[in-house]
Ligand binder design. Structure first.
Ligand code: ADP
Ligand code: TRP
Length: 320
């Protein structure tokens, strides 16, 4: 099955991103033909400045490689290294009714939030359609907020195919299995925009400090603690199997340990889970050439498919 995922790079990744997006994506590469790219043309629509966009793009590439994208199994590249997609974006624009774009929730939401609308933001779904269609993608795993974009992609592809024959594969979305919302240190949804995250790649001491900031109730030491509803427990249980969860529940109930102990335990769990990723990340940071090679090889591999596809499309519409 050919599966495509696009990653928006928007800053330091956190535990919520790790369990909600990165791990599920990395599991896909075992059984599918996975294509994954950093969507930097898309990020340009909301980027503050060149330096930040460039840095976020590189950081995301390194972080995803570190947590387990295997370049031998997965084709991994930066979107702007395959500009063919912009050519298709223009061609598809002709098959995109204005009304379709005007109905897009994500555009309407952004405008409602007061973001100054520009054409890139408005036509974002057409570029996403081009990303998907240029590779004959069969499945696109997305969060709920992106379902409409896949439906629009299908609408655009159907319009095109109706006129020129069965050129594009109609993609299907797969809504990633509901990952429970991971709480931040204040118990609200962990999110960059709430300033309540635990970042993935922190040094050990700052990581412990961050874990110490998790809000917990103030039961005095010596009394049994309630694990249900405890943010430390909720975060720790992400790393545990059923037996380990029961063991942790027993520790809460025993009254022998306080929240400080569980915060230490949580830090150790995070530190251990990311041990291998941290080593790989240190390696990639020291060997940026290798990262560039991986991304260049990915772009080249993707292009063998997309360049051919573009010839077919251009033939069909009369651009050759
Ligand atoms: P943020 O809210 O920090 O800006 P993003 O919107 O960039 O995070 O999220 C990127 C991906 O990470 C999303 O597709 C989502 O599936 C996942 N994700 C982010 N925060 C959480 C969370 N608290 N719980 C579960 N998944 C999350
Ligand atoms: N719009 C997606 C998001 O915000 C990112 C994206 C761009 C994408 N192009 C894609 C996802 C193609 C899947 C397929 O998360």
């Amino acid at each position: 099955m050919r599966v495509l995922t696009g990653i928006q790079a928007s800053g330091k990744l956190h535990i919520g991103n790790y369990f909600g997006a990165m791990k599920p994506m990395i599991e896909l590469q075992e059984e599918n033909e996975l294509f994954t790219f950093i969507a930097n043309y898309h990020s340009l629509t909301t980027s503050k400045d060149a330096k930040t966009l460039h840095q976020y793009t590189l950081d995301a590439a390194i972080d995803y490689l570190s947590v387990g994208i295997d370049p031998n199994k997965t084709t991994f590249w930066i979107q702007s290294d395959m500009p063919e997609v912009l050519e298709l974006y223009w061609i598809l624009s002709k098959f995109t009714p204005m009304g379709l774009l005007e109905r897009a929730h994500s555009y309407k939401d952004k405008v409602a939030k007061g973001i100054n609308a520009n054409h890139a933001l408005f036509s974002y779904p057409v570029l996403m359609a081009a990303d998907i269609l240029i590779l004959d993608t069969q499945k696109v795993p997305v969060g709920k907020d992106q379902i409409q974009h896949i439906e629009m992609t299908r609408d655009i592809a159907i319009k095109f195919n109706n006129e020129y024959g069965e050129i594009f594969t109609l993609p299907e979305y797969v809504v990633a299995e509901e990952v429970a919302t991971i709480p931040g240190i204040d118990g609200e949804k962990m999110s960059k925009s709430y300033g309540n995250t635990i970042e993935l790649f922190m040094d050990e001491k700052p990581l412990q400090k961050r874990c110490n900031k998790i809000i917990s109730s103030s039961t005095p030491l010596g009394e049994p603690l309630e694990y249900d509803g405890c943010n430390i427990y909720a975060l720790a249980s992400l790393f545990l199997d059923d037996t380990q969860k029961i063991e942790l529940q027993e520790r809460y109930k025993s009254g022998k340990e306080g929240y400080g102990h569980f915060k230490k335990y949580l830090k150790e769990l995070i530190w251990e889970e990311l041990g291998e990723a941290r080593e790989k990340r240190a390696y990639y940071l020291d060997n940026l050439d290798e990262v560039e090679d991986i991304l260049a090889t990915g772009a080249k591999r993707a292009k063998t498919i997309t360049q051919e596809k573009m010839l077919t499309v251009k033939d069909a519409v009369g651009l050759r």
